[in-house]
Unconditional design. Structure first.
Length: 81
């Protein structure tokens, strides 16, 4: 089985959200202030979606399985202050 690459993960999220590739960033680690409660047992890429407007909102993140390419989570990072 071929592992899903970072680039594959970005492509999957861009298609899922119908957004531009430039609005997506793969994070290497889960930031300490992120509170994602629906975490998968499958290793996953953490893709952050840039906000569409300049406003104070929780980060939008998508978890993409590294083996399956399945989107395990699409929502808030829970990093509100």
């Amino acid at each position: 089985m071929t592992e899903i690459t970072q680039n594959d993960a970005i492509q999957i999220v861009a298609k899922h959200l119908e957004c531009s590739l430039s609005s997506l960033t793969v994070l290497s680690d889960m930031p300490a202030n992120f509170r994602i409660y629906k975490v998968t047992k499958e290793p996953a890429w953490l893709v952050r979606v840039a906000p569409s407007e300049l406003k104070l909102v929780s980060a939008h993140v998508v978890l993409v399985g590294k083996q399956s390419g399945i989107i395990h989570y699409d929502g808030s990072a829970g990093d509100e202050r």
